[in-house]
Ligand binder design. Sequence first.
Ligand code: 26Q
Length: 811
Amino acid sequence: MLSIDKDTFKKDYENKFIKLHGKELSEGNNQQKYEALGALVKDYVANMWIETNKKYKKAGDKQVYYFSMEFLLGRLLGNCLLNLGIRDMCKEALSEMGIDLEEIEDLEQDQGLGNGGLGRLAACFLDSMASLTIAGQGCGIRYKYGFFEQKIVDGQQVEVSDNWLRGGNVWETKKADKAEIVKFGGSVKVENVNGKLSFIHVNYEPVLAVPYDTPIVGYENNIVNTLRLWSAEPVSNEFDFSSFSRGEFLKAMAYKNSVESISLVLYPDDSFYEGKMLRLKQQYFFVCAGIQSIIRHFKRCGGNIKELDEKIAIHINDTHPTLAIPELMRILVDQEELSWEEAWRITQNTISYTNHTILAEALEKWPTDMFKTILPRIYMIVEEINERYCQELWNKYTGQWDKISRMAIISDGYVKMANLAIVGSHSVNGVAKLHTEILKKREMADFYYLYPSKFNNKTNGITHRRWLLKCNPELTNLLKETIGDSFIRHPMDLDKFKNHLDDVNILSRLNQIKQNNKVKLAEEIYKTKGIKVDTNSIFDVQVKRIHGYKRQTLNCLRIMDLYNRLLENPSLDMVPRTIIFAGKAAPGYYLAKNIIELICSIADKVNNDPRVNEKLKVVMMDNYKVSLAERIIPAADLSEQISTTTKEASGTSNMKFMMNGAVTIATLDGANIEIKDEVGEDNIVIFGLNADEVLNFHKYGGYSAWDIYNNNPRVKAVIDDLVSGRYNSDKDKFNKIYANLLSYNDEFFVLKDFDAYLEAQKKIDVIYRDQAKWQRMCGVNIAHSGIFSSDRTIKEYATGIWDSKVLYKNL
Ligand code: 26Q
């Protein structure tokens, strides 16, 4: 914890402002005030950062490197202040200086270097590792443009580039002296030197990987870990721009552009793989730079390369960084001159892999021709890994060609990244119990049979520091008052709140806090969308990526049905609802874009119909991102987690809602199952097909969307409304959704679950009317949410996968 008193802080801040902007604080605008505060906080952190690195070096304990294509950090200022233990002091000091801290925090650009769950999980893990004093560093790409900004224009998503670095980034430090060279293309010359083969990469295109370090501050423990993001630059002096003839100048520019394109932009697809060459380059770029710098540091600290696996753990976040496996082999064999067998032992022991999805369309595979051309030496290594491994398979499964070809790393002209990740690592984990079971029993069954001990589950978690303390200060205060503050360091202590759930006074305060959060969100909705919402209505929220399997369509169809029933019966007995959506569609995913259009059209229709709009409002908020989630989630009464069972690996917003006292309506998918197991059936509303039913439909068929359409008049009515022109003057507008539901036999079982979903929603109304019961449910959810802190998850990774000791027991 940083010990600094208010007066010192005030002086420091004024000085920092003057130094940075060359004028008095009173003359500055809020943006400048933000920059000065960020820069000051970074100064405060600097010494702790150095000391942390010294401690780690001295202790010589195992270091964990979390490799991820995505880190979705959101804003840093508020959480830095919170973790330093000075946020309240700063707030007070600034307020005495006439500055509103929250207004200043609001000016920070979100660091949006991720698509959704996977990237946000990486960010929560960094926070937990630092807070648990685990020597864990992040390694990724410093995209110049993050995840696109979404504007909703005329009811459609419009993508705008996210130029997040435009105004500078106070948090990062460029470490030019720590740059590494990454080599692409060219060819490999094999030479026999004294009876030993050596591999020389020639005619390659060199790329300079320059690291930018961001401090990751632990919670009141003086620990500052590092997130290292790599940026691609041309290798200096490679071309002398000024003296070259025009032709060569153009060549030089082409080289510059080709290099810079590598870290230019984050791919905005999730759960869908496209074999783009640039994406493969991105993957190798950061993995190669990251591993070289790890080895360089390791050796500089006097490490013995043969003990690398005892001192270093490298975790790969999905298959995107799988090239870490052949890259580590390359360094160990080509540079460190270890035998293949020894290098392989070290590599397998060092690397561990998390799978985040079972969607077949998300499995990465690269055409061998492309792979060979871009990464000639790495391809040779993958071939060698594959040959040795297939030999092992052949010995075990002699003659079973189908099986061997299914399990091979290279087959049918592709390099299969999941297969490489499983073979080259010592641990493969899923992210929720059901997901891991499906991996073991179905998707990866061949591999589970071959290597049963590699497979394990690590149910996801979220950092309660951002998703409770920071985003819901009023609730945090209530908890502190009632159960003390031990839950901050030990989130399982939230269960002490159970003892207070019969106290009407506590429940009514809980309710009041929710109400206050709803009022704030309602103001924002009015300001940004011009929609007036009733803060006494149920705030019914579905915020996440827009995707077929997440079934925003199911939510839409029930709104359309509700609208029908309200028109039929204006005095319909229902609790008023405000149904809030937010989320981005991948730019090339036309069904998802069509779903956004449907949400917006429904919103337009019902919000402007005076016959229903006292009872029903629909809102699609623009540009869902971490900082918006921090405002929406504390204001939610109802959390919609309605994915087709088996499709959502875990989900993590489900945990955030629960921790903020929302009730969940859910299918038995991903971590929803574990939430149900924690809170009990009476404190969550479950509906829909279970995993076996879905898997059996997939296996044996037998589902007909047309049958449901023909036999269920309410389903028929809403489906017909999609193409009747009722919600949009263009009757063809929702053709994609219509086709997906009927022509393609409703691959996500929307119609199959429709009735059950309506029943479940009815049940929500009934419970909500019994306010005492509802409030108690909210309290039960909060009290059981501690297990979903990412601190629990990270401890499981540390002990079960990385074997890294918790270093400094100063907790
Ligand atoms: C792959 C290849 C090319 C371009 C993009 C991609 C790509 C990018 C991002 C593939 C997948 C992703 C992200 C996946 C993701 O976020 N999965 C989610 O991970 C969460 C954390 O484990 C889970 O809670 C969610 O259930 C899961 O959907």
